[in-house]
Design a binder for this molecule. Sequence first.
Ligand code: NAD
Length: 481
Amino acid sequence: MNFDGDFVMSIGGRPVATSTTLPVVNPATGKVFAAAPDCTPELLDRAVAAARAAFPAWRDLGPDRRSALLKQAGDLMAANAEPLKALLTREQGKPLDDAAGEVAGAAYWLKSFARMDIPVTVGQSGPGRRTETHQMPLGVVGAIAPWNFPLLLAFWKIAPALKAGNTVVVKPSPFTPLATLKAVELLQSVLPAGVLNAVGGGDDLGPWLTAHPGIDKVSFTGSTATGRRVMASAAEGLKRITLELGGNDAAIVLPDIDVDAMAPRIFWSAFRNSGQICVATKRLYIHADIYDRLAAALVAYAASLPMGDGAMPDTKLGPVQNARQFERVKDIIEDCRAQGHRFLCGGDIDGGRDGYFIPVTLVDDPPETSRVVREEAFGPVLPLLKFHDIDGAVARANDCEYGLGGSVWSGDPARAQAIAERLETGTVWINDVQILAPTVAFAGHKQSGFGVENGLDGLLEYCIPRTIVMPAIVMSTETEH
Ligand code: NAD
């Protein structure tokens, strides 16, 4: 397979080219390097029809045979990790090692859901009555992914949806369609025709997909604003939905940490993928006793990290993924300057440089009401916020419309756990962040989501219960006598 060109959609097991295409930009250069398919409403109809046609046989194949095919799909993805990772870096901008981790993650999600069991629940069991609740697939799932982890987050949906017996039409972001289109094309050699279809297109394609009457469930990852539109659109057909949305995660750092040992970890909690992670640390609350020391350690560590084209082997930090996001992050940094907030490092964007590069920017204790604290920048800018008492820090962390993740950093795990239990978010990590697994439920509280991904809870989001009430033979016999 050619991973450098010939990007096509996959519909009903076949590659489908479109008459018009969309440009794909390498964020490290700002230049177009590939042409991606641009799906029409008619081709979307074909993709949904193919998924519907494939559904009964896939459902009836049963979990064991589906699992065997998902495992094969995971192995095939892993065997093609090299070209997929290079493509991912080129379209997304992340360093090659991070891209390799993302491809490995997508393969791992397929293989892990292959191993997961879907339980049958026995509600009543006694002489004369037994009820069994079986989990049935919903039908056709529309899976919509963002541009920050395009491949992994698409497979967070594809793996459980297929395991449960659904068929899928996946739609990547127009900014990063390529690795997903290639991966789905690759998997056509393993999966029955029509079970996994991929469409790519512009801004209209998402709304067409969510409104399509042939879609039974929409699983969406992206911004909260778009999530609301998805929910409204799905209401029309009472489609089931799962929404994984934005976040503004707080990290609370207690004074008992080993500052030098923890500084790099705290740094990466915020700046991995150049800050473009839904569960990146986006507000760093540091106890006043160690504020200056930790701030200095973070500044020094940032200065040691080469920023550049992710395809270069030394690069540790890549560009921001697209021009729109570049402008958004720049706008927040300019607001900091206009409001007189102090930069500990960064803050200056080299307008003459090719590509969407923004230097690591640490903002020195801006007011809680500032934009850099209240808004999800989703880029390499982080406010450092000083606190004196832990109750105040917890209150400030919780004073947020989002509730995706958060973290507590302390040398005393029991103390950290007691604080973790007070944070109003779906996940709280201790002395770490972004530890995510196919077997662990991940849910957004408040405006960060609706429903669950991963774990058994996440798998059951692709199912609908059907209860069978067994005939009450003994009871009716008793009644007759
Ligand atoms: P986005 O909402 O702009 O786009 C996400 C996807 O939705 C893209 O594929 C896009 O084409 C599609 N889309 C756009 N409008 C649509 C509509 N009206 N109907 C249906 N689909 C539509 O988000 P983004 O900019 O790609 O991603 C960044 C955001 O995603 C951030 O807010 C980030 O926090 C969030 N995110 C959340 C998670 C999570 O698991 N909670 C993970 C990654 C990213």
